[in-house]
Design a protein around this ligand. Structure first.
Ligand code: DGP
Length: 113
């Protein structure tokens, strides 16, 4: 996707602070962190949101969650962490490329919203 912000980050056309990468997944620090650790995990394949995951292979989708686990270990989030994927306008998704927020390094609120 030529004009997708996260596709441009994956391609290195927009700078980011890389945390993790493999052939299917790229992960980088959020520009507006909401916790001491705030990482975005994105598939390299352009998929707009969870609503679009039928366009992905199970292997590529699983790679995102496996990357989450790897990154949590790498970032020493032994106390726990939260994984969020906003999907669509009611969830305030602002970048239409599937991504998983990893939030950690502090105690999260016990309410989700
Ligand atoms: P969401 O609202 O769930 O679509 O989250 C999008 C996130 O992307 C938001 O937390 C801020 C982050 N973000 C937006 N633009 C950039 C950018 O250019 N670089 C980085 N590192 N993060 C960005």
């Amino acid at each position: 996707m030529d004009n997708c912000l996260f596709c441009k980050i994956v391609r290195g056309e927009i700078p980011s602070t890389k945390v993790y990468e493999n052939d299917k997944v790229y992960a980088f620090r959020d520009i507006n962190p909401q916790a001491p650790t705030h990482v975005l995990v994105v598939p390299k394949q352009h998929v707009p949101s969870i609503d679009g995951i039928n366009e992905m292979t199970d292997s590529d989708l699983a790679a995102c969650l496996r990357a989450v686990r790897e990154i949590a270990a790498q970032e020493n989030l032994a106390g726990g962490y939260r994984v969020i994927s906003n999907c669509g306008p009611d969830a305030c998704q602002s970048v239409p490329h599937l991504h998983f927020h990893i939030l950690g390094g502090r105690k999260m609120a016990d309410q989700m919203a």
